[in-house]
Design a binder for this molecule. Sequence first.
Ligand code: MG
Length: 172
Amino acid sequence: MLIPKKVETALNNHLTLEMAAIYHYLSVASWCDANGFEGSSAFYHKQSSEEQTHFMKFFNYINQVGGHALVPELKKPQTTFKSILETCQKSLESEHKVTQSIYKLIETARKENDHATEAFLKFFVDEQLEEEMQFNRLIDRIKLIGGGPQSMYYVDKELEKLATTNNAEAGV
Ligand code: MG
């Protein structure tokens, strides 16, 4: 076995958070769709697909290094939201939890002298920073323009842009 047992256990625990992120974004996308926010729905569907990629990266990595990846058990995610602002705030909270868990994984890998896992996690450190920055900017922007119907139309269009372009092109 290439991977230290403690690292394998920590990675398996982390799988729960990545899977919860898939569910969270899918649930938000559905709420957006049901409430006429089509652009936002497309954005959150894209987020959910990205999380599936993250989940599979962790899942496959555990097996590749001689561990046993375990499909996690999950609670039902939140299904209704007050506003697009709330969906962004909940998404930031969720991303922040994932970031903290990744930092802890790095500490565990270091303690176990597992340089391979530490190198594997580097991609996620960068990814998490991008995600948190994206939601921070969205929250600031929504607070700036307010929550009226016309503002919401504009916010929905902004999120639609994010769903079809990369972050740099959309300026978020
Ligand atoms: Mg993720």
